[in-house]
Design a protein around this ligand. Structure first.
Ligand code: PLP
Length: 362
């Protein structure tokens, strides 16, 4: 037998892991610097590690229930929402699925950015939806505005926005988001993905939930909180349809350790502040010191126009610095470099400048 026709769905292409690259190159994983997946170079909050260890010692034989309630309430408190407006999910990717489940009828369309995060379209197709794209242009420095989306908009059921945007680093302004929310059909859900929200100085769109019923905002513990390996995130949604969660939620999808880690990480301001400060330093360092054009970023990564992305990424990997070739995002000229620690970032810039000199001598 065969699965259903999945030919329209391209497989998700993750950044390559340290272990697999080390194995390929015959290197010690400790010799590699991984700046390909926008992970937190300072690791996990020590408080979260403690909480996980404690919980594991106490036993994991019970379904996660109280911890789910606790995390939901803590997040509702943080954002000044009621608890049912927080949909806790296995990663922000899980939240994308839950919104697809809640909104899409077979054949409904979603509108996604190009270049952009590939899971928006994958999730729509999993839910028997169709996909249309709006283009962010390199010549326009990947600027994001209501006009750009509305030019492509044709009554889609879901419009996905990313702010800060992956892989370009650009942001939406509050004014442009409001313009878009007012302009689309009231049965069109605008999803603002704030996976990198902690690194931005702009206010979260969660603040608009009291004004708009066609808005959902995604957040994750994977980036600034350093919990990518545990898979925990959430959507913040309007009161009007918040109760749909109970109908679309996979029972116990997020796990006990993830809830405990999330609860502890929310209390560890030092870890988040330090992580954000390092990322802001690293962004500036890359703009100033890379010998190739960079795009200003509000995330924990910088997009760099290197000309031949696959060659530069491959050579960089051979030199021990793993970066993201953006060809799979539709940007064959660009690489995305995650912000490392100060030391890692300096080494990466030096390595990549060496490669740029060799690939395109000036
Ligand atoms: C990393 C990322 C996510 C998802 O992260 P999870 O690990 O599933 O929480 C979502 N959107 C964008 C744009 C991302 O870069």
């Amino acid at each position: 037998m065969q699965p259903r026709d999945l030919s329209a769905t391209s497989p998700y292409v993750p950044g390559r892991g340290i272990e697999e690259v080390a194995r390929d190159l015959g290197l010690d994983p400790d010799e590699l610097i991984k700046l390909s997946s926008n992970e937190n170079p300072h690791g996990t909050s020590p408080k979260a590690v403690d909480a996980v260890t404690t919980r594991a010692n106490e036993g994991l034989h019970v379904y996660p229930k109280a911890a789910h309630t606790d995390l939901t309430e803590k997040l509702a408190d943080k954002w000044d929402l009621s608890a049912n407006q927080i949909w806790v999910t296995p990663g922000a990717d899980g939240a994308i699925d839950y919104l697809s489940r809640a909104m899409l009828e077979p054949g409904d369309s979603v509108l996604v950015p190009s270049p952009g995060f590939s899971y928006y379209s994958m999730s729509a197709r999993h839910h028997h939806g169709e996909v249309a794209e709006y283009d962010l242009s390199k010549d326009g420095a990947f600027q994001q505005t209501a006009d750009i989306v509305l030019d492509a908009y044709d009554g889609e059921r879901i419009v996905h926005l990313t702010s800060p945007h992956n892989p370009t680093g650009t942001e939406w302004s509050r004014e442009e988001i409001t313009t878009l929310l007012n302009a689309v059909d009231d049965q069109t859900l605008v999803v603002v993905d704030e996976a990198y929200g902690e690194y931005s100085d702009r206010p979260s769109s969660i603040g608009l939930l009291s004004e708009f019923e066609n808005l959902a905002v995604l957040r994750t513990f994977s980036k600034a909180y350093g919990l990518a390996g545990l898979r925990i995130g959430y959507a913040a949604v309007p009161e009007a349809w918040a109760d749909a969660y109970a109908r679309v939620n996979t029972p116990f999808a997020a796990n006990e350790l993830a809830y405990r880690a999330g609860l502890a990480a929310l209390d560890d301001d030092d870890h988040v502040d330090h992580s954000v400060e390092t990322a802001k330093w690293a962004r500036e360092y890359m703009y100033e010191n890379l010998d190739a054009p960079t795009f200003e970023s509000a995330g924990n990564f910088v997009l760099v126009d290197v000309g031949d992305a696959s060659r530069v990424a491959e050579r960089s990997q051979e030199e021990g610095v793993i970066i993201r070739d953006c060809s799979s995002f539709g940007l064959p000229g660009c690489v995305r470099i995650s912000c490392g620690t100060r030391e890692e970032t300096k080494t990466a810039v030096e390595t990549i400048n060496g490669i740029l000199a060799e690939v395109a001598p000036t």
